[in-house]
Write a protein that binds this ligand. Structure first.
Ligand code: WNU
Length: 152
């Protein structure tokens, strides 16, 4: 069994490499490591389903996921993009106070996500104006691209 300390160091250095978090001070990143959970998914498993309530933010630590969305004129949700290690998702429901706006599906076995709950997400983002406005702007862009592709 690996020590808690080794685990802490591993996730700390991983978070340092995540571009979204690059400007956060080390003590903030260390606190995030203390409060995150790790979730494991197999190929084809839904990590997020559109329309459901969501209270968590995810950072991919291993594997890849597909983003899909129900679209007018198509019987099946359409593929929007693929995300990989260091990418993140699930911020939109938290920021817009809305239900999940797309599906997130694991593309590989043993896909691993670091999961941050709403309170910790707010603490992580809330105290950093730049991070907050960056994400708010990004989320607005997502709503615009959803409309353009006729997402339901
Ligand atoms: C998209 N439209 C919508 C992605 C991840 C992070 C950022 C894009 Cl900053 P949620 C479903 C999640 C959603 C987003 C993610 O899917 N997503 C998209 C789109 O074109 N969602 N509506 N592209 S990947 C991505 C930007 O994170 O958050 O909580 O759950 O609604």
């Amino acid at each position: 069994m690996r020590s808690t300390q080794a685990r802490h160091a591993e996730y700390f250095s991983f978070l340092c490499s995540v571009s979204l978090l690059k400007d956060l001070p080390e003590e903030k990143l260390a606190k995030i490591v203390d409060c995150l959970e790790i979730e494991y998914f197999n190929k084809g498993e839904y990590i997020i389903r559109e329309g459901e309530e969501g209270n968590t933010f995810f950072i991919i630590a291993k594997g890849e996921v597909s983003v899909t969305q129900s679209t007018e004129g198509f019987p099946e949700p359409q593929d929007i993009k693929t995300l990989g290690v260091g990418d993140y998702f699930g911020e939109k429901a938290l920021i817009s106070e809305d239900v999940r706006s797309a599906n997130i599906i694991a593309k590989e076995n043993d896909t691993q996500c670091l999961v941050v709950d709403r309170d910790n997400f707010n603490q992580m983002v809330g105290t950093y104006e730049e991070l907050q406005s960056y994400l708010r702007e990004y989320v607005e862009q997502l709503s615009i691209s959803d409309e353009k592709r006729n997402a339901i």
